[in-house]
Design a protein around this ligand. Structure first.
Ligand code: BDR
Ligand code: CA
Length: 339
């Protein structure tokens, strides 16, 4: 019997989501049961199409389930996302010399248009059915707003006991992007994140504090192009775009580098050492609609009011992360050449 970890990815694909999907498909340590899609980096039609593109480019036999087109409640209050002018909530208005807006995520990934189709079933119903029927051995990895999983938990709370582990990319302890207190995935649907955090599931949060320690640079892009497969070239294109956007909008400690947040979160199920500086804390999300709306509040006190519920990673091992990503892409190249 394979000892690969059963995984459901829940993505707003999204370029770093795309690399998370590739990593899951290519790793023999992951048994990818399906990919759910959610709005986030782009609208749901884009995130679903982009997910299908990745699956098809890898020739993978993995079903894609389209999920929620909007957050549960956060857009009901107009004032709440008052400065919200685009999908990302992150400032993106600088143009390059060609007059194109420099953006973290292009509408469509640099991969051929998908010819494979999404499944008929809605992601939320599929999550409920699959988790209920499981033996409690499935890990769920949300790399976008957690709307689908929260809706599934509301629909059928019994799934909480069936989920082995949730590892999500999101939140920030000292590092933020959408506002001065919040990270995009959580800020986009704060209620969803709080529902998931309160569900009693073993859960690990991979915040910006960790993901910004696992950056890729221009030398990595060169190495990726040297591998030269469809997947490696796509990651190189993605990284070029990301580095340009990060240099402008969120310059990292080392210039000309950018994180691949979502792929780092998924990699934790391949190599537990990829995340560092782990703390078991009480974590809740501010859903007040105020200045800290969408913030992940970590209670680091010895005696917390509410029970601890979440492991939080503050660091990452960049070397290990690189060897996962390059190891998988290089192995795929060898396999393609041998076929
Ligand atoms: C997160 O937001 C999205 O833009 C990325 O895909 C990642 O999941 C980082 O804040
Ligand atoms: Ca994402």
């Amino acid at each position: 019997m394979s000892d690969a970890v059963k995984v459901i990815l829940d993505c707003d694909t999204g370029d770093d989501d795309a690399v998370a999907i590739m990593t899951a498909v290519l790793s023999e340590k992951i048994d990818l049961l399906g990919v759910c899609t959610v709005q986030g980096n782009k609208g749901i039609e884009y995130t679903t199409e982009n997910t299908l593109r990745v699956i098809e480019a890898l020739n993978a036999d993995v079903p894609v389930f389209q999920g929620c087109p909007g957050p549960i409640a956060s857009r009901l209050l107009y004032s709440r996302h008052g400065s919200f002018s685009g999908m990302t909530g992150v400032k993106e208005d600088v143009k390059n010399e060609k007059g194109e807006v420099i953006s973290y995520h292009t509408d469509y990934l640099p991969l051929p248009k998908a010819t494979i189709k999404k499944q008929e079933k809605h992601a939320v119903f599929w999550l409920v059915e699959t988790l209920l029927a499981s033996e409690g051995d499935i890990c769920v990895v949300p790399t976008g707003p957690m709307t689908n999983l929260a809706m599934a938990l509301r629909l059928e709370p019994a799934i909480a006991k069936k989920i082995k582990e949730v590892v999500f990319m999101g939140g920030g302890v000292n590092v933020f992007n959408s506002t001065g207190a919040s990270e995009f995935n959580i800020w986009n649907d704060p209620e969803a994140a709080e529902i998931v955090l309160q569900a009693g599931i073993p859960i690990t949060m991979v915040p910006l504090d960790a993901t910004h320690q696992a950056n890729f640079d221009l030398e990595d892009c060169r190495r990726l192009r040297e591998i030269g497969t469809v997947a490696a070239n796509a990651v190189a294109d993605i990284m070029d775009t990301r580095i340009e956007a990060y240099d402008l909008y969120q310059p990292q400690a080392t210039l000309h580098t950018a994180p691949l947040h979502d792929a780092l979160a998924l990699s934790y199920l391949i190599d537990r050492e990829v995340l560092q500086d782990l703390h078991f804390w009480r974590v809740d999300v501010d859903i007040s609609g105020g200045f800290a709306d969408g913030a992940t509040l970590c209670d680091t006190r010895a005696f917390t009011d509410l029970p601890r519920n979440c492991t939080v990673a503050l660091g990452a091992n960049n070397e290990r992360f690189h060897s996962i990503i390059f190891g998988l892409l290089e192995r795929q190249k060898r396999e393609l050449e041998a076929a």
